[in-house]
Design a protein around this ligand. Sequence first.
Ligand SMILES: NC(=O)c1ccc[n+]([C@@H]2O[C@H](COP(=O)([O-])OP(=O)(O)OC[C@H]3O[C@@H](n4cnc5c(N)ncnc54)[C@H](OP(=O)(O)O)[C@@H]3O)[C@@H](O)[C@H]2O)c1
Length: 242
Amino acid sequence: MAKQLASKVAIVTGASRGIGRAISVALAQEAATVVLAARSIRKLQETADQVTKAGGKAQIVVTELTEEESIKNLVKVTNEKFSRLDILVNNAGVTHSANLEETTTEDWERCMQVNARAPFILCREALGLLRKSQAGYIINIASVVGVKGYPLQSAYTSSKHALRGMTISLAEELRDSNIRVHLLCPGGVDTELVQKVRPDIKRDELMQPEEIAELVLYLITHKGNAVIDELHIRRATSTPWF
Ligand SMILES: NC(=O)c1ccc[n+]([C@@H]2O[C@H](COP(=O)([O-])OP(=O)(O)OC[C@H]3O[C@@H](n4cnc5c(N)ncnc54)[C@H](OP(=O)(O)O)[C@@H]3O)[C@@H](O)[C@H]2O)c1
């Protein structure tokens, strides 16, 4: 059977490890070309190897998401190499764990820069290319903290609420266009990030990055008129129906 994403080009931020790597490999399994963005060239190369092995093509673009010029360069390289973009996955994220009194302005700004400002700039810069796609997708990875409040996570939570606000506004703006905008709000996933902020959660109770990647693939390959705007994904052991 023909692969579903053959000839499609995707940008995935935070592709050097964790959920971003799993999404990149899942897209590659359907033969996508994946532009891999993050800072660590060594880890990006590992992802690129996995993408190629899975049946996709990989293009590494080392990107510092706190710098506007670096984000613009990511889109520029994508355009120069492939002249198209079909899927944008804003996945990269940073977290910070401290009570509000001990959260510095720099801690706050770093969360806002990577988790909210960078997806905003990337959406804006990529829209021109996405509009040329027959079916464009923007997938923004927020978090359960994008819809709930958590102690010790005011900076991270604020940035994910901001990302959600931007995403649902953009979805309205693009309603009559060829671009579908989705938001994913996962709970705990077994990555470096969660080990830092929630070492209390038992690893065998965490979701796997591949489970999140499977859902991204579903959103992109699902055909028809039914649209899922926002997915809330919880661990089987956590509280349902918040
Ligand atoms: N793990 C969870 O439980 C969980 C739950 C809900 C939502 N999420 C969200 O899912 C996304 C992926 O998280 P993860 O768990 O896979 O985290 P992770 O393993 O820590 O990976 C984070 C990724 O973001 C990249 N990144 C961080 N700062 C960057 C910067 N300044 N410039 C460019 N890239 C940067 C990192 O690459 P480099 O270090 O190489 O730059 C890395 O690829 C995040 O948005 C996170 O908030 C995670």
